[in-house]
Design a protein around this ligand. Structure first.
Ligand code: SF4
Length: 88
């Protein structure tokens, strides 16, 4: 009887540990999905022309030939948005 109780407690602890690992994995998946989401062009006030001397091809976020790390869709090297950051 006492042995049954110990087994039962051990089983419960093991089940709780598995549930914790599952929850942590789920949280990590949700976090990485959010990190991979890009902003819309509209939200970032994207335009297909430069703003003064600021253009996508000279932005830290630009990925040649025509994409961006933070804004979704096709990006013109001569475009611009409010997330512009000068390449170092
Ligand atoms: S200016 Fe905006 S759209 Fe262009 S590369 Fe930089 S972050 Fe992306």
């Amino acid at each position: 009887m006492n042995e049954d109780r110990q087994l039962s407690r051990r089983s419960l602890l093991r089940a709780a540990a598995c549930a914790g690992v599952g929850l942590a994995a789920g949280a990590m998946t949700a976090r990485s999905a959010m990190a991979q989401q890009k902003a819309s062009k509209q939200a970032m006030h994207y335009q297909d022309k430069p703003s003064g001397d600021k253009k996508c091809s000279e932005c830290l976020q630009f990925e040649a030939p025509a994409s961006c790390k933070v804004v979704e869709g096709t990006i013109s090297p001569n475009g611009y948005c409010i997330a512009w950051v000068k390449k170092p």
